[in-house]
Design a protein around this ligand. Structure first.
Ligand SMILES: C[S@@+](CC[C@H](N)C(=O)[O-])C[C@H]1O[C@@H](n2cnc3c(N)ncnc32)[C@H](O)[C@@H]1O
Length: 284
């Protein structure tokens, strides 16, 4: 618990909570069904609905759209073993650019007294934010990823759930950042998420999003090679290979109009492929 204010959601000690094994955690040579399923997902892109262990804390907060095997990860972000591998390999797969993207968010939000990392995953953005803010909160649907974040960033205030429906009081945060989160949310829910962020951010607060660059899907291999060399080819191929069911809808948006419709002003938009950064200010 972090506050005696009854309006502020309680945080639990996610670093210490004992989480139940999900099916990828139980894989062994004696379970060929699991091994087959693991291999099908990883190597042949065959996807199944994510199965949550019955006693998983916070399972009731997870909407159905999340229970898909994003990025072809076996059981998505919902197991100890695959989430551990994901946290350590995501940055390598992105050739170090995620580190740079998170540092850019942290630089823009530095000095905020209370800041939120939306969809914190393994906690790398929260860690970067904690260098510039005394109070960092994180919201993340996957208990397994939240546990990695809690262990990475001592003192991080961790809340399990989705950003479109939080229990934070109105105007609670001075700033918020999200790294590679909004393109994973279906359009109707990302509208709700921005409405919720408008509610929980103070007037004038900054919101900084880093999302996949639109160039990866819009440009041809030839254009990508001409503009970015072998990195362009690599990221174009990666974008085509990844299972990202809502990325096309995200990139089709008119982002300035989307922010404006939800009470934000887009004040910066840059695209240093493979990511795109948006900085918006909440209107009074
Ligand atoms: C590609 S990962 C990025 C993780 C982390 N932000 C980073 O920088 O590595 C996307 C994250 O968004 C989270 N996420 C997806 N939908 C969400 C939602 N509606 N609200 C909050 N987080 C969400 C996922 O659980 C996952 O941790």
């Amino acid at each position: 618990m972090t506050s005696s204010n009854p309006e502020i959601p309680l945080t639990r000690d996610w670093a210490e909570i004992e989480l139940p094994d999900a099916w990828p955690d139980q894989i062994g040579w004696r379970q060929p069904r699991h091994l087959w399923r693991f291999a099908m997902g990883l190597f042949f892109g065959r996807r199944r609905v994510v199965e949550l262990p019955p006693e998983l804390p916070g399972a009731e907060r997870l909407p159905r759209y999340l229970l898909q095997e994003f990025h072809h990860l076996p059981n998505g972000n919902y197991s100890k073993s695959v989430s551990r591998g994901y946290v350590s390999s995501f940055d390598r797969v992105m050739l170090g650019s995620m580190h740079q993207g998170r540092q850019q968010i942290a630089a823009r939000l530095a000095g905020a007294a209370r800041v939120l990392d939306v969809g914190c995953g393994g906690g790398q953005l929260a860690q970067a934010l904690s260098a510039g803010s005394p109070e960092v909160w994180a919201v993340e649907p996957s208990p397994y990823l939240l546990q990695h974040a809690a262990r990475r960033v001592p003192g991080l205030r961790c809340v399990q759930g989705v950003i479109e429906k939080t229990e934070f009081p109105d105007q609670f945060f001075d700033a918020a950042g999200a790294c590679f989160v909004f393109h994973e949310i279906p359009p109707r829910h990302s509208d709700d998420a921005l409405t919720e962020l408008h509610r929980i951010l103070k007037p004038g607060a900054l919101l900084c999003l880093v999302e996949p660059s639109a160039q990866q899907l819009r440009q041809s291999f030839l254009q990508m090679a001409r503009t970015h060399g072998w990195r362009g080819l690599y990221f174009r191929l990666l974008a085509l290979r990844m299972f990202e069911p809502f990325v096309a809808a995200w990139q089709a948006r008119d982002h300035a109009a989307w922010f404006a419709a939800h009470g934000f002003e887009l004040i910066e938009s840059v695209d240093p492929m493979p990511y795109q950064l948006f900085l918006a200010r909440r209107r009074p």
